[in-house]
Design a protein around this ligand. Sequence first.
Ligand SMILES: Cc1cc2nc3c(=O)[nH]c(=O)nc-3n(C[C@H](O)[C@H](O)[C@H](O)COP(=O)(O)OP(=O)(O)OC[C@H]3O[C@@H](n4cnc5c(N)ncnc54)[C@H](O)[C@@H]3O)c2cc1C
Length: 498
Amino acid sequence: MPWFKNLIKISTTISNQSSYSYKFTTPLASPSLTQFLQFTKEYSTNSNNCSTNHHVAGLEPTKTDQKPRVVVLGSGWAGCRLMKDIDTNIYDVVCVSPRNHMVFTPLLASTCVGTLEFRSVAEPIGRIQPAISREPSSYFFLANCNGIDFDNHVVQCQTVTEGVETMEPWNFNISYDKLVIASGAHALTFGIKGVNEHAIFLREVYHAQEIRRKLLLNLMLSDLPGVSEEEKRRLLHCVVVGGGPTGVEFSGELSDFILKDVHQRYAHVKDYIRVTLIEANEILSSFDDRLRVYATKQLTKSGVRLVRGLVQDVQPEKIVLSDGTNVPYGLLVWSTGVGPSPFVNSLDIPKAKGRIGIDEWLRVPSVQDVYSIGDCSGFLESTGRQVLPALAQVAERQGKYLANLLNRVGKEGGGHANSAQNINFGDPFIYKHLGSMATIGRYKALVDLRESKEAKGISLAGFTSFFVWRSASIGLAHHTFVASNRHRRVKDNGTPPP
Ligand SMILES: Cc1cc2nc3c(=O)[nH]c(=O)nc-3n(C[C@H](O)[C@H](O)[C@H](O)COP(=O)(O)OP(=O)(O)OC[C@H]3O[C@@H](n4cnc5c(N)ncnc54)[C@H](O)[C@@H]3O)c2cc1C
């Protein structure tokens, strides 16, 4: 997997920001991080997490006459919202992430079939927080954090250089004054053999690109002379595993694509293409019963075959269900929810349902100056609060809240490491669920405005809901992060409208 799979073009953003390119050209041209300006030549660490490299380059602790440094791990909904609102007059910001952009996940399924452009669902970090590109001591590092020395306020990172044969990954360390862990969650596979090798997840822009590429390739292959009927059927069988909002939305987008595009542009093979959605329990289990029934009817009407089943084994061209049924496929998309990442699992701190345990102010209470937000964190049992669902609306609001909290702490003189003990942190974070939404294709969607599954409230389905869904998804992405309106529909020939 090439390392640039997670890079989006940022040349237009940085072309007039010479400091950014200068900061990064040197180390990327040569793997020796000792050439970094403002970096220590050697950085000793006591921790054994990065045991292969005891003397590595890095960013040393800030001095009291310098701005304190906030290190943010991750460039998702939570980390980017925080970076957008952090006051860069108070703090320098360093973001560490294996991806140089934020992804508007609610719109990702629409890019797989060309309803939206890929660039419409990604925003470079340098646009979200320009200081990262401009300020001499703020940085974005394309790397994974793989260990944290909480006692010494140091994160240990490894560069992401997959696919660049001339470069081996190398380790570096960054000292932090405040650390925000916003590294998200990992797709769950339940240890089922073959999922990682043969299925495609739907979490990143490169996943959506891979799905689109495979779908189009299979359409072309199935039209070639000499392909048997059986093989045509296999190639054009799109199987989605997981009946949560993402699996349902993707199935809906696919059925729209089949009805609109395949019937027109691939008429020779239109009768062979099918979509099957496999779910072990109910589809959309968190939604109101009435909406679930509506979604089931609509999906079936659009040609999506709903199968209740448990996947046991994934092979290159077929999956095997627990009842022994073989399901041949040409495209397999896996979306069975998320769980803690290996990085989060590796951290030796109290957890809440496997996530990083936090208090009401989003702090990791067992250590100093560490906070955690988004899908990777959950309220500790001692707070008496529920672990919040893994949702963009939670991550985004936590990011916003924490930026304000850190700004206040910084203004009151508590920005540097170990200096916030006597600062009043103000009101705790309160989350109010605004409802759940999902599209089901054919300009229809579900809007469930209840605060919880048990609560009473409004739930809508149909075209009006689609309008609400589209406005809310684009509105959240656009108003929160995007400076220019780039969420444009793509015309049938693949070019954006003028
Ligand atoms: C297809 C899809 C559709 C969705 N639709 C909706 C929706 O309609 N509404 C809704 O509310 N939610 C939706 N969600 C859920 C929502 O996207 C997540 O809840 C949200 O992204 C969580 O934000 P986050 O910042 O915690 O994590 P993420 O957005 O996942 O970001 C995590 C970041 O951390 C980085 N990272 C990972 N490991 C490391 C490491 N070791 N070191 C440094 N960085 C690391 C990742 O590269 C990434 O940049 C959807 C999710 C998907 C996949």
